[in-house]
Design a protein around this ligand. Structure first.
Ligand code: NAP
Length: 251
């Protein structure tokens, strides 16, 4: 059984979608959780997620607004989490955005924003969290990549590059911290029903669905289940891996 009782987890970008489902799942297995969102607009949504977790499970929940692409804000997020829970057992780098478009029309701003949030955000958070985790000689880091970080996808050069970068980052950090008892893995979801994919044009969505052997998009909870497994003792001998959760797409 997965037992995360007494652990504390930070899940970046957990005001909705995969991040919120992950916070729920880790709390269901007993972990205290830090809910993070980037903007004032999503505060209410983040508080709502926190409220429903507290109502359902006997765990502590902290909500912190921080834009992970802002180094100072990322450092503050880690410092406040440590102040409350004293340690970081589980770190889920989930915050991510997309700004899709063909390369020939892509503005530098759309490239930069995606790299800043998806890739530099993970650097900022890990950079701030790694010392206390190394000191504790234990920890689980789980980074949210994507199937398109492996396969590429027309219209997503910026997003795919950031998600491929996460895989290289994951494998390198896994090698740096393995001797300290910390595992670092990535999850590569396929097409998951969230606000991010709701915004995709129907034509592109249907084209993607044609390539899913299980013939449906995935649910956020199906990614959360994989994160919970990687965060648990059941995954004690897995590090530097990329686990695809795609309904068979890109197998
Ligand atoms: P989503 O529904 O759009 O949720 C994104 C979350 O990230 C929100 O809570 C958002 O909060 C937060 N966020 C965005 N920018 C942030 C920033 N700079 N700092 C902190 N938080 C930030 O997306 P999702 O579909 O759940 O995706 C979650 C992760 O899975 C992403 O990394 C995404 O790339 C990855 N993924 C998703 C799919 C899919 O099909 N959905 C597939 C593969 C990989 P705010 O509103 O406050 O910014």
């Amino acid at each position: 059984m997965i037992d995360l009782n007494g652990k504390s987890a930070i899940i970046t970008g957990s005001s909705r979608g995969i991040g919120a489902a992950t916070a729920f799942k880790l709390a269901e297995f007993g972990s205290n959780v830090v809910i993070n969102h980037s903007s004032e607009n999503s505060r209410e949504q983040a508080e709502k997620v926190a409220g429903s977790i507290k109502k359902k499970f006997d765990v502590e929940v902290l909500v912190i607004q921080a834009d992970v692409s802002d180094k100072e804000a990322a450092e503050k997020l880690i410092a406040e989490s440590l102040q409350k829970f004293e340690r970081i057992d589980i770190l889920v780098n989930n915050a991510g955005i997309n700004r899709d478009g063909l390369l020939m029309r892509m503005k530098l701003e759309d490239w930069q924003q995606v790299i800043d949030v998806n890739l530099t955000g993970i650097f900022n958070i890990c950079n701030a969290a790694i010392r206390p985790m190394m000191k504790a000689r234990a920890g689980r880091i789980i980074n949210m990549s994507s199937i398109v970080g492996i396969s590429g996808n027309a219209g997503q050069t910026n997003y795919s590059a950031s998600k491929a970068g996460i895989i290289g980052f994951t494998k390198s950090l896994a090698q740096e911290v393995a001797s300290r008892g910390i595992t670092v893995n990535a999850v590569a979801p396929g097409l998951i029903s969230t606000e991010m994919t709701d915004e995709m044009p129907e034509k592109a969505l249907n084209k993607m669905k044609e390539n899913i052997p299980l013939n449906r998009s995935g649910e956020p909870e199906e990614i959360a289940n994989t994160v919970a497994f990687l965060a648990s003792d059941l995954a004690s001998y897995i590090t530097g891996e990329v686990i695809k959760v795609t309904g068979g797409m890109g197998m």
